[in-house]
Design a protein around this ligand. Structure first.
Ligand SMILES: Cc1cc2nc3c(=O)[nH]c(=O)nc-3n(C[C@H](O)[C@H](O)[C@H](O)COP(=O)(O)OP(=O)(O)OC[C@H]3O[C@@H](n4cnc5c(N)ncnc54)[C@H](O)[C@@H]3O)c2cc1C
Length: 360
C-alpha cells in the first residue's frame, strides 16, 4: 500500500471532514461505510439536529465553509408538562442529516467526491484488524466500534417521528417537551421541509410512554405524526477512557474519540472539529494533541454537568425550576456557557435572557 494512502472507516460528519482535509494535504483517501447509501444507517435519517454553534468560526477551524447547511432557529419553545416558555433563539441552529440533497452529509460528500475521494458503501468493518494500520476510525454510535476501541457507553431508548412540514407555525422551530414519560426530554426540530421529533430516555420506552408523549404533543401544540418508531442505541459517556485520539496507530475521530455529547450540546460541534483534528494527527501531531486537549478541557465542563443531569432522579422538577426561575440557574448555565470552543457568545445564559411565559 502507498505510504500516502489513508483509509477512513465511516462517512459521517467526522469521517468526511477528516477525508476532505487529508485529501487537501495530498493524501490518497478512501472511505468505507457500512450503510447501503449515504446517511442511511438505521432509520434515523433524514433527521434535523439542533445545536448552539457559530457556523463561521467552526468553518474557519475545519477549513470547509459549512455555513450554508445551518438554518438559524426562528422559534424556540420549551414545554414542561403544562407550562410553556419561549426562549431566545439567538445562537441556535438547525442542520439536516442523512442522504437528502439538503443535508450536511450530502454537502460534505459532494465536496469529497469532487476532490477524487472514493467512498465505498455497504462495507461494514467488523474488527479493528480488518482495517489497515494507516486508518481513521469514524464509526459514530456503532456499538461494536465502541467496544473495539474501549469507549465507555450507555444504552438509551426512545422514539422518533417525522413528516413533511405542514404548518407554518413550526417553520425553523426548535421545541422541547418534558413529561413523566421520559427521564430526559423530547424535541422537535424543523428545517428545510422536514419536521423531526425525537424523545429519548434512560429506561425502556414502553408503548404507554409513547402514547403519553403523543398526547403531550397534541394537547400542548396540536402536533401529530402519522407514524412513530422506537429506537435504542448507545452513546459515549464520561469515563477515564472516554477520550482517545489514537488506538495503536489508528486515529480516532467523532463519537469514537469521545469528543461528542449530544445531550450536552456538542454532538455536531465535536464531530466536525474532531474531523479536522484527525487530519492534524497525520500532518502536525503536536498541534493535534494540543487542540484535542484544549477543546476537550472546555467540553469537559459540559460533560460533567450532562453526566450529573443524567444521574439525577428528579429531572422533571429540575426542568420546572430551571424554566420558572432562570436567575437561580444562571451560575450553572455560566459554567457550561463558554465551553463550546470557538464561541464568543453565551449561548446558555442568552437563551434564558429572552425567556417569556406563554399564556394560551
Ligand atoms: C437521531 C439522532 C439525533 C441527534 N440529534 C442531535 C442534535 O440535535 N444535536 C447534536 O449536536 N447532535 C445530535 N446527534 C448526535 C450527532 O449526530 C453526532 O454527534 C454526530 O453525528 C457524530 O458524528 P460521527 O462522525 O461520530 O458519526 P456519524 O455522523 O454518525 O457517522 C458514522 C458513520 O460510520 C458508519 N459506520 C458505523 N459503523 C461502521 C462500521 N462498523 N463499518 C463501516 N462504517 C460504519 C455509519 O454508517 C455512519 O455513516 C443526534 C444523533 C442521532 C442519531
Amino acid at each position: 500500500m502507498s505510504a500516502s494512502k489513508i483509509t477512513i472507516v465511516g462517512a459521517g460528519l467526522s469521517g468526511l471532514v477528516a477525508g476532505i482535509n487529508l485529501c487537501r494535504e495530498g493524501y490518497e483517501v478512501e472511505i468505507w461505510d457500512a450503510a447501503k447509501s449515504l446517511g442511511m444507517l438505521e432509520d434515523f435519517h433524514p433527521s434535523i439536529h439542533a445545536t448552539p454553534i457559530d457556523p463561521a468560526r467552526v468553518s474557519n477551524y475545519i477549513g470547509i465553509d459549512i455555513s450554508p447547511c445551518f438554518t438559524p432557529v426562528k422559534r424556540f419553545r420549551m414545554i414542561v408538562e403544562k407550562e410553556k416558555f419561549d426562549l431566545n433563539p439567538v445562537n441556535y441552529y438547525l442542520v439536516e442529516r442523512g442522504g437528502r440533497k439538503t443535508s450536511i452529509d450530502t454537502y460534505l460528500y459532494n465536496i469529497a467526491v469532487d476532490m477524487g475521494i472514493k467512498v465505498h458503501f455497504d462495507h461494514y468493518v467488523r474488527r479493528l484488524d480488518d482495517i489497515p494500520e494507516r486508518a481513521v476510525v469514524a464509526t459514530g454510535f456503532d456499538k461494536e466500534g465502541m467496544e473495539a476501541i474501549g469507549v465507555p457507553y450507555d444504552q438509551g431508548t426512545g422514539a422518533y417521528a417525522r413528516k413533511k412540514l405542514d404548518d407554518p407555525r413550526f417553520e425553523d422551530a426548535l421545541m422541547g417537551w418534558s413529561g413523566k414519560y421520559s427521564t430526559d426530554y423530547g424535541y422537535l426540530s424543523v428545517a428545510n421541509d422536514l419536521m423531526f421529533f425525537l424523545v429519548f430516555t434512560r429506561y425502556p420506552m414502553t408503548d404507554e410512554n409513547i402514547e403519553e408523549c403523543k398526547r403531550h404533543l397534541e394537547e400542548s401544540e396540536g402536533l401529530t405524526f402519522p407514524k412513530w418508531s422506537k429506537h435504542s442505541g448507545t452513546t459515549p459517556v464520561l469515563g477515564k477512557d472516554s477520550l482517545k485520539l489514537f488506538k495503536g496507530n489508528r486515529v480516532l475521530t467523532g463519537t469514537i474519540c469521545g469528543m461528542i455529547d449530544p445531550a450536552g450540546m456538542f454532538g455536531i460541534h465535536g464531530a466536525l472539529m474532531s474531523g479536522k483534528i484527525a487530519e492534524l494527527a497525520y500532518t502536525d501531531t503536536e498541534r493535534a494533541l494540543e487542540d484535542f486537549e484544549r477543546f476537550n478541557k472546555n467540553f469537559h465542563r459540559v460533560r460533567v454537568v450532562s453526566a450529573a443531569m443524567r444521574r439525577m432522579p428528579m429531572r422533571l422538577p429540575m426542568a420546572h425550576l430551571m424554566m420558572r426561575f432562570p436567575r437561580l440557574m444562571t451560575p450553572s448555565l455560566k459554567m457550561i456557557d463558554d465551553a463550546v470552543p470557538g464561541y464568543d457568545g453565551h449561548w446558555a445564559v442568552d437563551m434564558m435572557k429572552g425567556r417569556t411565559i406563554v399564556k394560551d
